[in-house]
Design a protein around this ligand. Structure first.
Ligand code: FAD
Length: 386
């Protein structure tokens, strides 16, 4: 089979792969994007229920999405305050957008609508749906679709395929199973959300409520057996259990939509040195959803890669790939450490740690500059580090 020459092949058209295709607009490179899902289930059709997980977008992600022309049609709800607390212990803090001089700390969208918006933005890349990358030997990439098998000879292959086939690569990924699953649902409370997000740490994992339209997006992390049970409960029993876990701050939980659960693990590519291929987004690092970092980090991967690609004639060379990996190393490492240490520090019932967490939350509440630092870290990633 003859292979078709192309500058960049993006394998995976999830939100990060789709954003990368947009960020490469005007770069002068020919781009092919191969997405395994069909155009319908990939989110191109409005009204598709698809993956409805809530995604908290940082203010910095908003700025990037605006430049990609994928912001104005996106239904989002601004987060004006974030309330952080721990179950069964003292201490709480309130982080406000005003502390950072920004109109919002972030925005909540649904994965599905984000995906639709990214796919609807003007893009001259050749986008193939229902097209799965089935092989890459370092030079040739094989893509299979309903119309048959295609071979591409890209100067650069970018893996943006989430966590799915990344483990087939030459260097095995680091993997740590959190032994937690996230139960995701849209829920409604008796009280309106007034732009406030809630992050409540429990010994089994964090429980987040993210304001979106008239609802909250719930991301409830717990042990896998309980997650399976929560998904199988009838709605009144689920709402009662949610109320017991979250407490009374929002009054009763009165509605819950369909529930799905996601197993959680930390996975990241380490020491990739091969030329002609790079990983972005979840294919490069899959994080715990605590503090909503994964997509925001992946979007910065895409943005930086497109920036470097614009400046080079040496696409895919060893030097180019090394430059990209160096440019992203600090932000990636910081994102991995930040989320992993939050999980380690908060997901347990050790009384000493509980006391330390309570003292930490109280201190944060008393020190505006510390709250500003935490907020900036969540908004801008490692660039906010001193
Ligand atoms: C419960 C939960 C809540 C989250 N909340 C947040 C949040 O609030 N904020 C945040 O920033 N992040 C959040 N995340 C993380 C975020 O969802 C991911 O970081 C983001 O989806 C990564 O996007 P991606 O495009 O890299 O990967 P994916 O979303 O996994 O997309 C990968 C794409 O590749 C395609 N694909 C797979 N294999 C192939 C193949 N062989 N060939 C072609 N295509 C292929 C798939 O069909 C898919 O479309 C959350 C995650 C979870 C689980």
């Amino acid at each position: 089979m003859d292979s078709e020459a192309v500058d960049i092949l993006i394998a995976g058209g999830g939100p990060v792969g789709a954003a990368l295709a947009l960020a490469l607009e005007g770069s002068g490179h020919s781009v092919v994007l191969a997405e395994a899902r069909s155009a319908e289930s990939g989110g191109a059709r409005s009204g598709d229920s698809g993956d409805a997980r809530p995604i908290a977008l940082s203010y910095a992600s908003r700025l990037i999405l605006e430049r990609l022309h994928a912001w104005s049609g996106l239904p989002v709800t601004p987060i004006e305050t974030i309330h952080v607390s721990q179950q069964g212990g003292f201490g709480r803090t309130l982080i406000c957008a005003a502390d950072c001089g920004l109109p919002a700390l972030g925005y909540v969208a649904s994965y599905n609508e984000l995906q639709q918006c990214l796919l609807a933005a003007p893009c001259s890349a050749r986008r193939l749906f229902g097209a799965r990358l089935t092989g890459f030997d370092g030079t040739t990439a094989t893509v299979r679709s309903q119309d048959g098998e295609f071979a591409f000879a890209p100067r650069l292959t970018v893996f943006a395929d989430g966590a799915r086939i990344a483990d087939d690569r030459a260097t095995p990924a680091y993997r740590k199973d959190y032994r937690q699953s996230a139960v995701v649902a849209w829920v409604k409370t008796a009280q309106a959300h007034r732009g406030r997000a809630w992050e409540r740490f429990t010994p089994e994992g964090p429980l987040a409520l993210l304001p979106h339209a008239a609802h909250y997006g719930l991301v409830w992390t717990t042990i896998p057996d309980r997650a399976a049970r929560l998904c199988a409960l009838d709605t009144p029993a689920f709402l009662a259990e949610l109320h017991a876990a979250f407490g009374d701050r929002l009054g009763a939980f009165i509605e819950a939509g369909e529930r799905t659960s996601f197993p959680l693990a930390l996975r990241y590519q380490r020491d990739e040195t091969r030329p002609r291929c790079l990983s972005v987004g979840n294919a490069a690092q899959t994080l715990h959803p605590v503090a909503g970092q994964g997509f925001n980090l992946g979007l910065r991967d895409a943005w930086e890669l497109a920036r470097l690609a614009r400046e080079t004639r040496e696409l895919g060379s060893e030097d180019f790939c090394a430059r990209y990996r160096r440019a992203r190393a600090l932000d990636r490492r910081a994102g991995i450490r930040f989320t992993d240490s939050l999980v380690g520090l908060f997901s347990n019932s050790n009384p000493l740690l509980r006391f330390g967490r309570g003292a930490g939350l109280l201190t944060l509440d008393l020190l505006p500059f510390a709250r500003r630092f935490v907020a900036r870290r969540m908004i801008y990633g490692a660039r906010a580090l001193p």
